[in-house]
Design a protein around this ligand. Sequence first.
Ligand code: ATP
Ligand code: MG
Length: 419
Amino acid sequence: MINIPKGTKDVLPNQSYKWQYIEETAREVARAFNFKEVRTPVFEHTELFQRGVGETTDVVNKEMYTFEDKGGRSITLKPEGTAGVVRLFLENGLASSPLPVKAYYITPAFRYERPQAGRLREFHQFGLEVFGSASPETDAEVILAAFSFLNKLGLKGVKLQLNSIGCPICRNQYNTALKNYFRPHLDEMCPTCRSRFDKNPLRILDCKEEGCKKYTSGAPEILDYLCDDCKNHFEKVKSLLDSAGVEYTVNSRIVRGLDYYTKTVFEFVSTEIGAQGTVCGGGRYDGLIGQLGGNPLPAIGFAAGIERILLLMENTSAGFPEEQKPLIYIAGMDETSRNLAFKTALELRGKGVCAEVDHMGRSVKAQFKYADKISAKFVAVIGENEVKTKTVNLKKMSDGTSKEVKIEDLSKYLLQEEN
Ligand code: ATP
Ligand code: MG
């Protein structure tokens, strides 16, 4: 037996309906907000992520699945969705299409992390991006799309945390203040934080080491350093959320894991699935498109972790719709009636009815038992008589009642009963 790789998961036939429900809900929300789907390759040139995610991030430093392909190129499995979508946007000249461009994706992502509840090596994200708009309305719309998605799934206990990390101008002053604050403690901090100190001190606030957290709690707050433009932008985003009736808390410790964020950053956090409580994170990244070689253009987006959402839904009362079940099982007795069962099922399937027949050469009694096990809603038995009359006795499994229905009327009858 060969086992599944560490940190990956199978989706079993009796679980996939949950995934489909989450994905369908994502698509529904994306459609309502007028986002269109994009798909990018599972692997890209390593450099895209080095430049697009940032050299000071854990993702690039420690977590990427990087390998050399047979042509000697350095290739990386995508660790997140945004960099690929930005590449798609630039490479296909979408910057010259009417702005803003609104795109969404559902994708697997790969990070070499220590697997635990809510933390996998292959995981999945639903994310969306808006390119070309700098307005606070866009920030609010992106946050509201995430909110709407989580809300539609019934995740009421997820809290929105909001922050602004400013623009390169005000961040510069803040970085100086941060460095002055951390400098005396640097010797006691982790090597990663020591290297962040020079390159991107803001990221120290994102450190998960207990030894570093002790110092980050007393650090100066970015919100006290915002320039007027960033301050006004943040105020407008908050007031738009207020008028949409969405609750949030401002948390100056939210800086996000990736280097490219500017101004608004946010997370949706749950306290119900343990340490890995962030189900969705996002923010504005006005610098990224320029950094990846395009003409600078503002952008904003989020990514939600599907496994964490699934975990949360299973741990709370959010609930899923019913699993798919056959609407009808058609049992056959002898060869002629089995043939008719087979043909009838095929016709019903063509009309959108989920129909099942025997594949195992079972007796009628055993077929009935099986139909019950797979939770077929109706069962019809076809025998000599039914072949002649072209009529079946349709048994409703939930209450045992039955009804004579002409075979040609079956689809109409069943589809009515399904709703
Ligand atoms: P964390 O701080 O939990 O490591 P992150 O900041 O690295 O999260 P992002 O890069 O913002 O995460 O990814 C967006 C979302 O993707 C996260 O909020 C989370 O729901 C999900 N996610 C990230 N990494 C993993 C993982 N290894 N396994 C499962 N889900 C993940
Ligand atoms: Mg991470």
